[in-house]
Ligand binder design. Structure first.
Ligand code: IMP
Length: 200
């Protein structure tokens, strides 16, 4: 009944832990295990990266693991940054430098052309074997400036459809009701709760 979240991203981990509530598992992060592999995210899709992380970590630890790979696809940029969301502004990229680059590339682009979609893929693996994959999407648009202090990554520039606030302005509990990650984890929880060996 132990589940390892295969990430070293503390922001993602915080959200995933909250979203996994209700599942009869004890959640650990990679930080609890010395020597866990540093998985190279060289896949061409979010799914490839999520599956690779889940397999490598669950195989190494001989445990049940979930991995998240996520990104932001911007229509005006033909789907970029997508799988490269974390490294969008190059070597040493930070959340701030990524948002700055995104706002610069969309400078003078009208609201109607600022459509974007957050995607999250959750891969679930048991001792090196894939058990299931779940995807979640959240559509919205990119604002004209960074707004709000909560969340992480592109949250200050992403305004979900039907809202006039960024993810970072609305706060994590509201974000967690509508986000790409919450939708993917809802599906993942159904897969996990039906997976027998977790409860042996
Ligand atoms: P990766 O999944 O580790 O490759 O990184 C995904 C990157 O996408 C993060 O570093 C963030 O910049 C961005 N990202 C993923 N999910 C979110 C989110 O929920 N809010 C804001 N940014 C996100």
């Amino acid at each position: 009944m132990e589940l390892v979240v295969a990430t070293r991203n503390k922001d993602k981990l915080r959200e995933i832990k909250v979203l996994l509530k209700g599942l009869a598992v004890e959640v650990f992060s990679l930080d609890s295990f010395k020597g866990a592999p540093e998985v190279i995210e060289d896949g061409k899709t979010l799914e490839e990266n999520a599956v690779k992380k889940a397999i490598q970590v669950s195989e190494f630890l001989k445990k049940f693991a979930v991995a998240d790979d996520s990104g932001l696809e911007v229509d005006f940029l033909n789907g970029d940054p997508g799988v490269y969301s974390a490294r969008f502004s190059g070597k040493g990229a930070t959340y701030k430098s990524n948002n700055k680059k995104l706002l610069r590339l969309l400078k003078d682009v009208p609201l109607a052309k600022r459509k974007a979609c957050f995607k999250c893929v959750i891969a679930i693996a048991d001792k090196g074997r894939i058990v299931g994959v779940a995807e979640g999407k959240c559509r919205g648009k990119i604002g004209f400036e960074s707004k709000g202090k909560s969340g992480f990554g592109y949250d200050p520039v992403f305004i979900p459809d039907s809202y006039n606030k960024t993810f970072a302005e609305m706060g994590t509990s509201r974000k967690n009701k509508i986000s790409h990650r919450s939708k993917a984890l809802l599906k993942a929880k159904k897969i996990i709760s039906k997976y027998p060996s977790l409860y042996q």
